[in-house]
Design a protein around this ligand. Structure first.
Ligand code: TEU
Ligand code: CA
Length: 549
């Protein structure tokens, strides 16, 4: 779909902030909005253009805030609405943008709409959710909660029992299931408008758009669902683009093709997209057979491209990227993440050099990448964290940001035993202060990559991607990026094994950034590449003419 790309988004890099774990300004052991403001100069110093803030709305926190109780109110533990307004202003003052997290698919069971709907009374909110009546036994295979509340019926959920699905209708309503409304059913209209009002409220406050939680969960159904989702999201996105032309929408969908047609500006490549893009997991380039996330932790050596045994697959990943780029005409409407609050951190089973290799690749591929807080300093995944606010195993990736050395890591003035979530107990844990002045640190490596991406749009969102070397497994990945006559080659070898090879490409390479040993030499109109184990290099390719200058 031809869409206008806001100028600021053209080559944007984002930083994901999990508000409860970033910086606690008032010593209660929970991160907050004023804490984020304190750290905005740091965020700016990374070179990012935008921030995605996880949900910061009033919630009982049964799923870390993805269970909204009041869409129009900042959770008191994070501050008040004025603090959010102030945060937005401070972000803008520094030339950055702020995306909020829109959770339109479900509310908390404590949301007043749900409390009304689940009561025995007849209320205007009864159709806001998907309720059967109590006589129904056949739930058509959908997940329902029975036995909760006084209403004579069962309610459908999206995730936990505490997240009842909001009702946007079914693409294929079956006559025998009267609880399946068609998406065009006028009874669904009021809810649709409520969600538009939520968007309007924060866009008017000054936010620059939304990351949309489970964007494709809204419409239910098995056939015709994509079409119905397009109708729904095109309506929201067209409305938003008309009234707030600079605002953007990023889907959490794992289906960039569908997201694009819905009017989203980007979509995350998720491991669970449900299409072949499922392979493109958090840029770890999952091995060919998709491992369900429940197995992810068990595997001591994840079958990933970015691992020493490099058992993953860069070839299929590159196939997918090329297909996506062909589909969207090279505008690259997808976002590769270094990690997020749901995924196991990169640092698990990888050392700092191995992470540098992964980041060198992620930050030189097309699209608009998202850096997860703490990944820039190599924060660890902590399996012992356990279930905090409905995190289950995801809690290991949500520990407090490590700013300084010392028992509190600069996260909070509270006693670490009172932190809402466990801090990495290792006193040798990485931290910002220590890496700040070390030119070789992961932090400065990340900054270099981001600034390179900005200095040379060829390496960024919309530079042309050409694959030079990419095989099934245990092999380096080499690609060219090109835009407006500027050419670069990127060579990435996560595997332990050193390699030598030749590629058919002329030019004089100049190394810009690297880890390990990567030597590229021109010889007889070709490039000879010698690449050590666990290494990566980004080279600018000068033409012959330039060479003689
Ligand atoms: O996540 C969607 C989702 O289903 C996965 O990312 C999932 O959390 C992961 O595979 C582990 O099961 C979004 C949010 O990012 C997540 O934090 C919420 O819990 C979920 O939606 C429900 O709102
Ligand atoms: Ca606090």
């Amino acid at each position: 779909m031809a869409k206008k790309i806001p100028e600021w988004f053209r080559n944007a890099v984002f930083y994901e902030i999990y508000p409860q774990s970033f910086r606690d300004s008032n010593g209660d052991g929970i991160g907050d909005l004023a804490g984020i403001v304190e750290k905005l100069d740091y965020v700016k110093s990374l070179g990012v253009d935008g921030i995605w803030l996880n949900p910061c709305f009033d919630s009982p926190f049964q799923d870390a805030g993805y269970d909204v109780r009041d869409y129009f109110k900042v959770a008191p533990r994070y501050g008040a609405n004025d603090d959010l307004k102030r945060l937005i202003g401070e972000v803008h003052k520094r030339g950055m943008r702020l995306l909020l997290d829109l959770v339109p698919g479900h509310t908390s069971i404590e949301h007043p709409w749900f409390k009304a709907a689940v009561s025995r009374d007849k209320t205007p909110y009864d159709d806001y959710y998907v309720f059967t009546d109590g006589k129904v036994r056949d739930l058509d295979g959908y997940p329902f909660i029975t036995g909760y509340g006084e209403r004579d019926g069962f309610y459908m959920i999206n995730y936990f029992y505490s997240q009842p699905a909001l009702n946007y209708g079914f693409s294929d309503p079956k006559p025998e299931h009267s609880w399946q409304f068609a998406t065009s059913d006028p009874r669904l209209k009021p809810l649709r408008e409520e969600i538009r009002q939520v968007m309007k409220f924060y866009l008017d406050m000054g936010c620059d758009g939304f990351r949309v939680d489970l964007a494709f969960s809204l419409v239910k159904g098995r056939s015709g669902r994509d079409e119905a989702l397009k109708e729904l999201w095109q309506d929201y996105s067209a409305w938003m683009k008309t009234n707030y032309p600079d605002a953007i929408l990023v889907a959490e969908g794992g289906r960039p093709d569908l997201a694009d047609e819905c009017g989203f500006d980007s979509d995350f490549l998720m491991p669970w997209g449900g299409t072949k893009y499922a392979l493109a997991n958090k840029a770890t380039f999952r091995a060919e057979e998709y491992e369900p996330h429940t197995d992810r932790l068990k595997a001591e050596s994840p079958r990933s491209f970015f691992s020493r045994d490099s058992s993953g697959n860069s070839r299929d990943f590159m196939d997918e990227l090329e297909e996506l780029l062909a589909y969207d005409g090279g505008t690259a409407r997808f976002s590769i993440i270094t990690g997020n609050h749901d995924e196991v951190r990169l640092r698990r089973q990888r050392n700092v050099d191995e992470i540098k290799v992964a980041l060198a690749c992620i930050f030189t591929l097309p699209g608009r990448p998202f850096l997860y807080y703490g990944d820039e300093i190599g924060m660890k995944y902590l399996p012992q964290v356990g279930n905090i606010e409905g995190s289950y195993w995801r809690g290991g990736s949500r520990s407090p940001m490590q700013w300084e050395k010392g028992e509190k890591a600069g996260f909070s003035a509270a006693d670490p035993a009172k932190f809402y979530i466990m801090l990495d107990p290792d006193l040798e844990r990485p931290c910002v202060a220590e890496q700040e002045n070390d030119p070789d640190s992961l932090l400065n490596f990340t900054r270099n990559l981001i600034s390179l991406r900005h200095d040379h749009p060829a390496l960024g969102a919309e530079g042309k991607l050409r694959r030079l070397v990419s095989e099934h497994a245990d092999s380096p990945l080499v690609y060219e990026r090109e835009l407006d006559g500027e050419r670069f080659i990127v060579a990435v070898n996560p595997a332990a094994k050193a390699r030598k090879f030749e590629i058919q490409l002329a030019g004089t390479p100049e190394k810009l950034v690297g880890v390990g040993d990567v030597v590229v030499e021109p010889r007889d109109g070709k490039l000879r590449i010698a690449i050590s184990g666990v290494s990566a290099g980004v080279f600018r390719l000068h033409d012959r003419e330039e060479e003689t200058l």
